[in-house]
Ligand binder design. Structure first.
Ligand code: RFL
Ligand code: PHB
Length: 395
């Protein structure tokens, strides 16, 4: 016996994309059900993004879930870039009039879960065998198994918010979907520690030993990353070895400020650029990492996911509440035109700031010249700042 459910929008994935989409839809009276293969504690525990663009901050406030972000998040007016011992501050506020918010994805996810619990959104966790059926028809289905029982959600639209490895994108026929990918020849080893950060702002560094990033979650919790070979294992990196290597990659003054402590979390992530086109197939819409991935150097993955679901919720509102197809029809094109610019920025920052095994001395000098140009040119610094705070979103 299959257990049947019915809703307006079936959402696959309870990451930030799926959770925020459901909240935005609920705010305009559209019902949805969310399913996820993981449970709530696992999703809340995933340590990921930390920087929220100004437009995303506004969207979070407008969605009615910004209260804790506004009291606990850290508004940042700028960040530093560093090549060997030369540091350059990108004055986000001075160059663009805008700022970013340092607030963990884990915290945003908790706020979204709280809001859904308060309004009674149907969330089904720990599902297996998720399948999207008949995406082209007027009543697509999401099938899955929960505790050994078969379930089926009948809906008007399916939102594929199931991340890079989820089934939604894979349900689009190969002759329809075009994918573009670049996998970088290194990863990031990240460490979270309950110690104050080295600086009030983030520091991105390119050093001959490799990239490093000093970030934070609060005034007492630091997040650090170092570029590493993907053949490395987390177990090979004791906390001491991590901090020794981090300090070697920082300028001497900053290195002297690193406060060590036992790690709360340590993990290695690969770096990838990926785009799937189109982001709509029939009544299935892709959003977030399901459609595109960026290397984390530009702090854009979460922000792209937020931008997609802002456009998607608006498009679905136009359809359900005004019977206007124009926005759902142009969803993919409008998302992709911004996605590609954000892909470009993330690729550019990654290319400038990492050590590439295949780079020859000429290419290393090119990285230096790029950095030196940014240091000397306000226009170049402004270009970085305008991308970092977030490109405008056109509805
Ligand atoms: P998520 O967060 O991956 O959520 C997808 C959800 O789908 C579920 N799922 C399924 N559910 C049902 N059935 C299935 N078969 C399913 N398969 C998967 C998964 O369990 C999951 O819950 O995607 P979403 O919502 O699109 O959000 C994307 C962001 O999480 C991601 O882009 C960012 O975390 C990227 N990112 C950063 N983005 C920023 O904007 N700023 C940053 O500073 C930043 N730093 C980072 C990052 C990502 C990192 N990692 C770990 C990749 C730093 C790191 C280290
Ligand atoms: C983080 O704090 O996790 C973080 C910050 C900036 C990035 C990537 C990750 O570019």
């Amino acid at each position: 016996m299959t257990k049947k459910h019915k809703t307006q929008v079936g959402i696959v994935g309870a990451g930030p994309a799926g959770l925020l989409l459901s909240k935005l839809l609920a705010n305009v009276g559209i019902e949805s059900i969310i399913i996820d293969r993981q449970d709530r504690a696992y999703i809340e525990g995933r340590i990921r993004a930390g920087v929220i663009e100004s437009g995303s901050v506004e969207a979070i406030r407008e969605a009615g879930i910004g209260e804790r972000m506004d009291s606990e998040g850290l508004p940042h007016d700028g960040f530093d870039m560093c090549f060997d011992n030369v540091r350059h501050r990108i004055d986000l506020k001075g160059l663009t009039g805008q700022t970013v918010m340092v607030y963990g994805q884990t915290e945003l996810t908790k706020d979204l879960f709280e809001a859904h619990a308060a309004r009674g959104t149907e969330l089904i966790f720990s599902v297996t065998e998720t399948e999207i059926i008949e995406a082209k028809s007027d009543s697509p289905l999401i099938r899955f198994t929960k505790d050994g029982e078969a379930h089926e959600i009948e809906c008007d639209y399916v939102a594929g918010c199931d991340g890079f490895r989820g089934p939604s994108r894979k349900s689009i026929p190969k002759n329809v979907l075009k994918t573009f990918e670049r996998v970088y020849p290194f990863g990031w080893l990240g460490l979270l520690v309950d110690q104050p950060p080295v600086s009030q702002e983030l520091i991105y560094s390119n050093h001959e030993r490799g990239f490093s990033l000093c970030s934070m979650r609060s005034a007492t919790r630091s997040r650090y990353y170092i570029q590493c070979d993907m053949s490395q294992k987390v177990e090979d990196w004791s906390d001491e070895r991590f901090f020794d290597e981090l300090e070697k990659r920082l300028d001497t003054q900053i290195a002297s400020l690193v406060k060590r402590g036992p790690s709360i979390e340590k993990s290695i992530v690969p770096l990838r650029s990926f785009v799937a086109e189109p982001m709509r197939y029939g009544n299935l819409f892709l959003a977030g990492d399901a459609a595109h991935v960026v290397p984390p150097t530009g702090a854009k993955g979460l922000n792209l996911a937020i931008a997609d679901v802002r456009l998607l919720s608006h498009a679905l509102e136009e359809k359900f509440n005004k019977n206007n197809d124009a926005y759902i029809d142009s969803y993919s094109t409008r998302c992709l035109s911004r996605v590609w610019k954000v892909e470009r920025f993330s690729w550019y920052m990654s290319t400038m700031l990492h050590q590439f095994p295949e780079h020859n001395p000429f290419e290393k000098r090119m990285q230096w010249a790029e950095f030196d140009y940014i240091v000397q040119s306000e226009a170049a610094s402004r270009t970085i700042a305008e991308n970092y705070v977030g490109l405008p979103l056109k509805f």
